[in-house]
Design a protein around this ligand. Structure first.
Ligand SMILES: Nc1ncnc2c1ncn2[C@@H]1O[C@H](COP(=O)(O)OP(=O)(O)O)[C@@H](O)[C@H]1O
Ligand SMILES: [Mg+2]
Length: 339
């Protein structure tokens, strides 16, 4: 007789249609019962339409059928709320005082840094009015789903992404919503997306420190916050607001990142502080949190963002950021291939 473990193993490689992660990674195997003459497998039907269920059911029967010929294989689908399937290690929110400072860029780079080390990562683009994550990652697929849930889209390097941009009919459709509506939309987003098992979910928050980002942080079980700023910003004001917001919600500030700190000109081997003197240290002291990085203005990075190839980025500044993140999150070493 087969063991449940053997059956489970045979299902591990099967990809959930629409998201292209395994049944195990999506946490959609709800039960396996093996008896003398039959094997009963229960899968979650969340976000799977009838054709997807039928396809998956047949694949499961095929895979388990290969293990042994004697038992009959039954596949059943059971409804589960997306939230019941989601097992997320930590949710990290990326916040900034205003738009255009590189919040989405930092969200993406944080996700990429973690993914490259073998962690399972997702990005929830909660910036409804200016969603830019899909563009940076070159994603334009519509998320799959059904009336019972939405599946994220997988980026080229395997990061789960969900963004309002992907749900709009036209990428250019402007979303002009006010705070309360944004909060409600994000809450719904959070409740209806099947992320499955993730080590980290990075949330690109709406800009500012007003109601919308606040509600998002109250609704989602955020573990910590990363603050993004530029040397242009009124450092004190932003940090004060961010600190008070984090305190209100009892969320630790994991660190601060200064973006566009300088421009390095190789020909003269000089760092030029285009936006004035770096305020990274000041910012970090005021926040009582480590300075995770000072990212230069990097034309190569801008180009990769425009091309949708941010996942190809590497630089000294990015390596330093990765190391600082590892320290701030106290990351254990992980097998590169992931789990
Ligand atoms: N350090 C940087 N070097 C080069 N380009 C950058 C840098 N930071 C941001 N950009 C560019 O500026 C634009 C705005 O950044 P983004 O992350 O979308 O800002 P925000 O999310 O804060 O509105 C992006 O299109 C990106 O290409
Ligand atoms: Mg943005």
């Amino acid at each position: 007789m087969l063991t449940e473990e053997q059956v489970k193993k045979s299902l591990n490689e099967l990809l959930v249609p629409g998201v292209k992660r395994s049944l195990a990674a999506m946490n959609m195997i709800r039960g396996i019962a093996v008896s003398d003459d039959k094997i009963d497998i229960t899968l979650a039907s969340s976000a799977l339409g009838e054709p997807a269920q039928e396809w998956l059911g047949n694949k499961v029967k095929e895979a388990v059928g290969k293990l042994s010929g004697s038992e009959s294989v039954q596949v059943e689908f059971a409804e589960a709320k997306p939230a019941e399937l989601n097992q997320i290690g930590a949710i990290i929110a990326v916040m900034s005082g205003k738009g255009g400072v590189g919040k989405s860029l930092v969200s993406a780079l944080t996700a990429i840094a973690l993914k490259r080390q073998g962690y399972e990562v997702g990005i929830l683009d909660a910036d409804i009015t200016g969603p830019s994550i899909p563009k940076m990652m070159g994603i334009n697929e519509r998320p799959a789903g059904s009336s019972s849930g939405i599946l994220p889209v997988l980026s080229r390097s395997g990061i789960e992404v969900i963004s309002f941009n992907l749900l709009l009919q036209q990428e250019e459709d402007a979303v002009i919503w006010r705070g309360p509506l944004i909060s409600r939309a994000i809450t719904q987003f959070w409740e209806e997306v099947v992320w499955g098992r993730l080590d980290y979910l990075i949330v690109d928050l709406p800009p500012g420190t007003a109601d919308a980002p606040l509600t998002v942080m109250q609704t989602l079980p955020v573990s910590g916050v990363i603050i993004v700023s530029t040397p242009q910003d009124l450092t004190n004001m932003i940090v004060k607001k961010a600190v008070s917001m984090a305190q209100k919600m009892d969320k630790p500030i994991l660190g601060v990142i200064e973006n566009m700190s300088y421009l390095y000109v190789a020909e003269i081997d000089k760092k030029i502080e285009l936006f004035g003197k770096s305020k990274g240290k000041e910012l970090s002291q005021a926040a009582g949190a480590p300075l995770l990085g000072e990212l230069p203005i990097d034309p190569e990075l801008a180009r990769l963002c425009d091309e949708g190839n941010i996942e190809r980025y590497s630089s000294d500044a990015f390596s330093s950021l990765t190391q600082a993140l590892n320290k701030a999150l106290s990351l254990p070493k992980k097998d590169k291939t992931g789990s």
